[in-house]
Design a protein around this ligand. Structure first.
Ligand code: EPZ
Length: 418
């Protein structure tokens, strides 16, 4: 097990560059399977989830190699169409490989990805979309076996907005016959980045970022290279770090347009931010304001992935705050550890009521999932004394070098094996 030890009480100060986006890189890696050739992904974050996806692609027969932060995927000799069970259950987004395998080979098998601590996370929207495009899917001995004589484009309306299912449909439709017209699509920035990547390899995708996306099937794709955008959730996490430590930081490469609702909440907390010469100056020295209601929503609403980091900041606000989680069923687990550190938080179903306290106590706590773990690190940065966050490997799924970044900003953070 890995831990990270944080010494609290130091306002962060300095400049930091944001890693490549986890949630942009993962669907792009899956989409590379469509092409019998080479794809290069620059500025790819070397995080656990990317290394997981890399292992899956290698097991399918892709040749994978890193050159600095550029990931080269050669899928020419990829031939295996069974996603290894041990990965499918650990990384849910591997489900979108199914559509890429169906598009290229007409078949694909995967053990149904299980739920996780933040919610049940079913894949019904993924499967109904694939069936609508002409896939037959049977469950045999706990494995989903999908096959098709050829995917065919058609109109499909998502019953509810889903980031992964929208991405999965886009990937599945690239080599399908005819036109696929998707409605009620998710509008997250990662969907726009995926569309740009797909078009860069020869696909024809229009409308990404709106709730209607049109994909015209093509017969062939070509080699391409793509620059992974900076990670908007890591950016928001670091702005929360500036707020909770009452510090002031400079973000070198901020995806500022991708955080509209978060920046609104940041301002309500008393956080100040300004773009100067393409850099974001985030001033958290007055960020002790409570916020009457923070509601997570699909984009462009407030991102569920920043809910736990904001909960940590509001734990030390002057006054009462209320968070409502509308996306996942069980995304308040971090509250228990924050209370252990001295926070006053009451959970009632999808609502969290936070009564700001004067001080958090450094102590030993345990991360249960990625963004909750990041929130505990933030709390440790402001707590009195030292905090040890166990299961730091869960945070490494999405944060490439958070301990080095904290140290670069004047904080004290050291990872250790136990
Ligand atoms: C993506 O997950 C992100 N992951 C998540 O980030 C993010 O929290 C989520 O979108 C919402 O923004 C990646 O991009 C790899 P959804 P995804 O399908 O695609 C339900 C992080 O911390 N649903 O938009 O799985 C689902 O249960 C991670 O970086 C169905 O009911 O999210 C949830 O309640 C966590 N049936 C809601 O939709 C389905 O078939 C939104 O989920 C699929 C989803």
């Amino acid at each position: 097990m890995k831990n990270i030890r944080i010494q609290g009480g130091r306002p962060l100060d300095g400049a930091v560059s944001i890693q490549g986006s986890k949630n942009a890189a993962l669907p792009i890696m899956a989409a590379a399977v469509l092409h019998k050739g080479e794809t290069v992904l620059h500025n790819c974050p070397k995080i656990a989830d990317v290394l997981f996806m890399e292992k899956i692609l290698a097991r399918l027969g892709a040749k994978v190699c890193w050159k600095g932060s550029s990931l080269r995927l050669d899928c020419s000799s990829l031939k295996n169409t069974r996603i290894p069970d041990e990965y499918a259950c650990q990384m849910r987004c591997s489900i979108i490989l199914l559509g890429a395998l169906l598009g290229r080979f007409g078949k694909g098998d995967i053990a149904p990805p299980g739920g996780c601590v933040i919610g049940k996370r079913p894949v019904d929207l993924h499967l109904s979309m694939l069936k609508a495009l002409g896939a037959r899917i049977e469950e045999e001995g706990g494995v989903l076996r999908a096959h098709t004589e050829g995917l065919c484009g058609r109109a499909f309306v998502f019953p509810k907005q889903s980031v992964g299912a929208t991405e999965h449909a886009m990937i599945s439709a690239v080599l399908a016959k005819g036109v696929t017209h998707l409605k009620n699509c998710a509008r997250e920035p990662e969907i726009i980045w995926l569309a740009r990547f797909l078009n860069g390899m020869g696909a024809s995708v229009e409308g990404a970022g709106t709730d209607e996306i049109l994909i015209r099937g093509v017969d062939a794709l070509h080699d391409s290279a793509f620059q992974t955008p900076p990670d908007r959730i890591v950016t928001g996490t670091y702005l929360c770090a500036a707020a909770i430590t009452r510090g002031k930081i400079i973000i070198e490469n901020p995806p500022i347009a991708e955080l509209p609702a978060f920046l609104g909440v940041y301002g309500k907390m008393g956080g100040q931010y300004d773009m100067v010469g393409g850099k974001l100056i985030a001033d958290g020295r007055k960020a002790y304001g409570a916020v009457s209601l923070v509601e997570t929503e699909v984009f462009p609403g407030f991102s569920t992935d920043l809910q736990s980091p904001v909960m940590a900041v509001l734990s030390l606000a002057h006054g009462k705050s209320h968070i409502r989680e509308n996306i996942f069923e069980d995304r308040f687990r971090v509250a228990e550890s924050l209370v252990h550190m001295g926070a006053h938080i009451r959970i009632n179903g999808q609502d969290a009521y936070i009564d700001g306290t004067k001080e958090l106590r450094g102590c030993r706590v345990r991360a249960q999932e990625l963004r909750g773990g990041a929130a505990l690190i933030l709390a440790g940065l402001a707590a009195k004394g030292q905090t040890c966050v166990e299961n730091f490997q869960l945070v490494e799924r999405g944060y490439e070098h958070i301990q080095e970044d904290i140290r670069g900003l004047g904080g004290v953070a050291f990872a250790e094996e136990e």
